[in-house]
Design a protein around this ligand. Structure first.
Ligand code: SF4
Length: 517
């Protein structure tokens, strides 16, 4: 891939308080238009990756290691599945320097670029947009200079009230360089009368509703904060005396770091040359861990909320086999996200597990393909049935969700055309009926097939011989997550926070049109 888009805020000296905060950012930015390219899709091929729910973002931070930027690069490499549009790293050797670009981590960062990021501390980000435009201007971390000195931030989550806050700031004369909700937080930190960034961060976040696992970097501190409900994960680890934080523990494995614990909801961790300090400055709220992290978003080799994701998915599959048995010859996963649940289903049911669908790992994401006519080939480009396995057999297909229903229908047709006698579909979570406002890209409610159709109607739409979903109780039990500390809003429509009406309409406006079959 040709890297043709570079955003940099390099060598920005600390300045006095700058009301034209974002003008400073723009002046420091060199950006060109990104040429569309094909990226490998690290998600599944089912609804979740094809035309439904998409990952949010991944964050990584390290303090106290001579190779900070390189370790951040490796950490982001492991978090690539959480966002494939853009990535960036800001590193500190007493001065913050930034490198950001559109594209995958492996494409964006090379030796030369990493050499431009000296220092012993770094934060990094992989982005899939859940709010804001697709442009290098939106790529994180953001780096600014204000009265507190240089501050960089990266964010996994979403702030449902950011649009109102942004309008208020704009009325006061603020200038924004991106459409990101995260930039609102930077503006408020810059305007804070607090003595330092460390004091300004909790002051601003105490008044911020929504989902945020956020990392801040200053010339001499790394700050990690998780919202009081703990929507998105954030893990804390150690490597050779350095502290590391990451969205998922798989980022620790590659660099040889040890997982210590999660950053707790409402906790702020500050790491400086004097060591690590933990405080709980944010108000207590009912915990709302996103259960979809265990169903689909996180990698199976990660620990999320202190639990193995692979174990959760395996148990979901086992429970699905008990709740929704099928008279079939083969259990076939929709790769890759349906694999762990399918193994569990096969183990519990005694039905043979086989890879009856083979995935092409080198096909780009359908959403960046230029024409609707090409898009309709999406599933065929990505999946190919193994005919001699499927021919004449009754197959139970295991997937993690049905979102719009269009991709599931294509997969069922694919398997039937390969000669399957019967196609039974089993889903390892309940019907998805509501959009997410907490950092996950979802279609709006009208496009969610289960929001407007009964299970029987969905079955007819996707042309399956039978269809069964895992129950809410079964899903939560398999994940080891109690109902009253979980967010299950995309299955119930009951949100743990107020939802801004502006966010709701803006959200609906930003969605893609429903693809036609
Ligand atoms: Fe996760 Fe769904 Fe809640 Fe969003 S609405 S945080 S995807 S459980």
């Amino acid at each position: 891939m040709k890297v043709d888009d570079i955003g940099t805020f390099n060598c920005l000296p600390p300045t006095a308080y700058c009301p034209l905060l974002s003008a400073t950012m723009s002046l420091q930015t060199r950006s060109k238009v990104f040429g569309g390219h094909m990226t490998p899709n690290d998600g599944g091929v089912g609804e979740t990756a094809g035309d439904g729910f998409r990952d949010e973002c991944g964050v990584f931070g390290i303090y106290g290691h001579d190779d900070a930027a390189r370790l951040a690069y490796l950490g982001l490499y492991q978090l690539q599945h959480r966002g494939q549009e853009s990535c960036g790293i800001v590193a500190s050797d007493g001065l913050l320097r930034s490198e950001r670009a559109m594209g995958l981590v492996s494409e964006v960062f090379d030796e030369e670029r990493l050499n431009r990021l000296p220092g012993t501390a770094a934060i990094g980000h992989t982005r899939y947009s859940t709010a804001g435009e697709v442009s290098v201007r939106e790529a994180q971390p953001f780096l600014i200079a204000c009265k507190h000195g240089q501050v960089a931030v990266c964010h996994n989550g979403n702030l449902p009230f950011a649009t109102e806050e942004r309008k208020r700031l704009e009325r006061d004369g603020a200038i924004f360089s991106s459409t990101s909700d995260t930039e609102v937080i930077l503006h408020r930190i810059a305007r804070s009368r607090a003595e330092s960034v460390e004091e300004a961060v909790p002051e601003v976040l105490c008044e911020t509703e929504g989902a945020f696992s956020m990392l801040f970097l200053t010339p001499d501190a790394l700050i990690a904060v998780r919202d009081p409900r703990g929507f998105r994960p954030l893990a804390l680890g150690q490597l050779d005396g350095a502290w590391v934080v990451a969205s998922e523990t798989c980022a620790f494995d590659l660099i040889g770091a040890t997982y210590v614990r999660d950053v707790e909801p409402g906790e702020m961790i500050v790491v400086t040359r004097d060591g690590m300090r933990s405080t709980s400055p944010l108000p207590e709220r009912r915990r709302s861990f996103c259960v979809f992290e265990h169903v689909y978003f996180s990698r199976p080799d990660s620990m999320v909320y202190g639990r193995s994701v692979n174990e959760s998915r395996h148990k979901m599959g086992k429970r699905l086999a008990v709740e929704q048995p099928a008279d079939a010859d083969l259990v076939v996963p929709v790769p890759d996200s349906g694999v762990a649940a399918a193994i569990g289903y096969a183990a519990e049911s005694g039905i043979n597990f086989r890879f009856g669908l083979v995935r092409n790992h080198y096909v780009g994401r359908t959403f960046i393909e230029p024409k609707q006519s090409i898009r309709s080939f999406g599933v065929r480009l990505k999946l190919n049935p193994v005919r001699d396995l499927i021919q004449g057999r009754s197959v139970v297909l295991i997937d993690d969700s049905i979102v719009r229903g269009t991709t599931s229908k294509k997969i069922v047709r694919l398997v039937r055309e390969a000669g399957a006698r019967e196609v039974h579909v089993r889903i390892s979570c309940p019907p998805t009926v509501s959009p997410c406002y907490y950092g996950v890209d979802t279609p709006d409610k009208e496009e969610l097939i289960a929001a407007r159709m009964s299970v029987e109607e969905v079955r007819r739409f996707i042309e399956a011989d039978s269809l069964g979903y895992l129950s809410m109780e079964g899903m939560l039990e398999a994940c080891g997550l109690p109902f009253d500390t979980s967010c299950v809003a995309c299955w119930t429509g009951r949100y743990p926070t107020r939802i801004s009406p502006v966010a709701e309409t803006q959200y609906a406006r930003e969605r893609e049109p429903v693809p036609s079959d």
